[in-house]
Design a protein. Sequence first.
Length: 311
Amino acid sequence: MSSCLVCLGTISSPLLYHPRCAKSFFGSTRIPKIDIEMGKLHTAALAMVGTTTLSGVQKKISLGLSTDRKTLQVAVDGGRYIFKPQTEVFPQLPQIEHLTMRLAMLSGIEIAVSGLIEADGQMCFLARRFDRREDGSKVRQEDFCQLAQQRPAEKYSGSGELCARLIKQYASEPPLELRKLFEQMLFSWWVGNGDLHLKNLSLYIDESQIVRLTPAYDLVATVLLIADEELAMPIMGRQKNLLRTSWHKFARYCDLPDRVFESVVARQIAALPKALELIQRSSLKQETQEALALHLGARTAVLQASPGSKL
């Protein structure tokens, strides 16, 4: 038995995906081949500067399905998938991102449709773009860096409070979106994602012409890659050593009633047992699985602490 490369659920070998997962991902139960030479990946990525963001060492390539849906190929314009291969600097980065996204979904957060796909014998991360329609046309979307009128280089010059104010200013239904923002920020802290910056949060206009938060994307448990990683943006003035009371203060800043705060925190705490099972079903190395499990246990203990605790 092995794990599905989308949902991480148990699957019989030699299958790589559950049929329903493959269909939700590719629009067909047939798995497309990737038509890209990994050795020329850097050149392809450079050709997309301005179209697809390059962030640090992680290359991101826009891919599109061929008309017969048999092949995924480089598509500078109109590609419906983002492809991220392995990196030399951070081994197993695609697997870590995939697991982080599934943990987010487990925690009740809407995520971009994504999974792993094999290319040249390597496991790579693949996400279906939610800012593209079937015909390749763009959905109107702006990230929080744009909404705050800041340059891309200033993507770390934000805070949880700034994000909340942007939602209050631009979202069609602020109370609903503020809860989703709170859930995503709490999860990112819980899972050790130190890269939730202004460009990794966006608002878009859906088919009903409602301005709302996009599904979560680019979620990575960076705590497994970078020692002493802290939040990319402060929450109520703190980027590390956050307490349950810190999150309570942020919830109030987001105008969330105390009952909603307690409900969100309780759900995050309750996610731990299934999260540990999901970690064990991932293809991460044993020591990496154990490190993430210990981290989640410690963060869950912080959320469980009473207001008078020293935790």
